[in-house]
Design a protein around this ligand. Structure first.
Ligand code: UT7
Length: 324
């Protein structure tokens, strides 16, 4: 049975950087109080990249995908699977993956979106792995991409300061050696209300609430307990000890969650990849963006064992263990 090996990665962030001070000044014009101090102390976020109006998720995804394909030395026409993880698709349909496929000039392979919010990339990666392991695909592109700024209520300081826009991608190829060695995906739909954007388009108008709503403390508690268990379980499944992990690439929502998990799992800070300070929470894009950053600056190297983890709306969570 072939393994799915990560052979390239790419990231793309829209050029507009908004610092906490920029955001605080903007919110102050609407009599909403926040500060760099509050945001940094509670989350570790210092800035975020925001897409300009009219910029779409498929555009960010295509930029990241092209960088990943170039990095892998793979031509777009050789892809037989494209999966895009996103909660902010360009359209109701067709899928963002189909738009990316067309923009890349690829044709004929499978292309579809995965909707698991901030766990989306990990879900998409595990899905592509399953396709390759089953012999249903040989060369796959997996993307996490979001224009999350489009679903934020900019009058809700409890959420609007937390998120950013961006895209990250990896290219996977069938190989004789690992590769992705284990994956676990989980969900608890009974917790759907703690993090949701409970609106849709029907009969020509938006029905329900189109904005992201979050019970931050409930999400925080569930995130740390579910991710700690998921990490232990996925390592047990793979027959790996936690201390064998070279790099931990968790979802980038809050540095307090990341630090708590690192400590709980016995992983020293120098093994934990953190980009939340620079990117804020980019939902499905956060893990591939962090992974790509650590690969490009030389931290993640050939042969390293990497654990990626996602957690978010649904409630969803999951882990993937990959040998580089
Ligand atoms: O991507 C999916 C996963 N998402 C997450 O993992 C997010 C998980 N949750 C969190 O990261 C944290 O719960 C938050 C960062 C969202 C909030 O931190 P917290 O320490 O749980 O703060 P809180 O919600 O308990 O709010 C504390 C205080 C409140 O004021 P009072 O009631 O104590 O007077 C809030 O109104 O901070 C206030 N507050 C703010 N103050 C200044 C909330 N947002 C802001 C703000 N600026 N932006």
């Amino acid at each position: 049975m072939p393994y799915a090996k990560i052979i390239g990665s790419g990231g793309y962030l829209p050029p507009r950087v908004v610092t906490n001070d920029d955001l605080a000044a903007d919110l102050a014009t609407r009599q909403i109080e926040t500060s760099d101090t509050w945001i940094v102390e509670r989350t570790g976020i210092r800035q975020r990249h925001l897409a300009d109006p009219g910029v779409t998720t498929s555009q960010l995804a295509t930029r990241a995908a092209q960088i990943a394909l170039d990095d892998a030395g793979v031509a777009a026409e050789d892809l037989d699977l494209i999966i895009v993880a996103t909660s902010t698709p360009d359209f109701v349909f067709p899928s963002t993956a189909c738009l990316v496929q067309a923009a890349l000039g690829s044709k004929g392979g499978a292309a579809f979106d995965v909707q698991a919010v901030c766990s989306g990339f990990v879900y998409a990666l595990a899905t592509a792995d399953a396709f390759i392991r089953a012999g249903r695909a040989k060369t796959a592109l997996v993307i996490g991409a979001e224009v999350f700024s489009s679903i934020l209520d900019w009058n809700d300081r409890g959420t609007c300061v937390l998120f950013g826009d961006g895209a990250g991608a990896v290219v996977l190829k069938a190989a004789d050696e690992p590769g992705i060695i284990a994956a676990q995906l989980n969900a608890d739909g009974s917790q759907m209300k703690i993090l949701c954007a409970a609106g849709n388009v029907a009969h020509g108008k938006v029905v329900g609430d189109p904005f992201l709503r979050m019970d931050g403390q409930a999400v925080f508690k569930l995130a740390v307990t579910s991710l700690a268990k998921s990490a232990t379980d996925v390592c047990a499944e793979a027959g790996i000890k936690l201390e064998e992990i070279d790099w931990f690439v968790p979802h980038q929502a809050n540095v307090r969650i990341i630090n708590f998990l690192g400590r709980r799992l016995g992983l020293t800070d120098d093994k934990v990849v953190v980009t939340v300070d620079q990117h804020a929470n980019t939902s499905a894009a956060s893990v591939p963006l962090a992974f790509d950053a650590a690969r490009r600056d030389g931290r993640i190297k050939q042969g390293d064992l990497v654990m990626m983890q996602g957690v978010g709306g649904g409630f969803t969570w999951g882990s993937v263990l990959a040998r580089m």
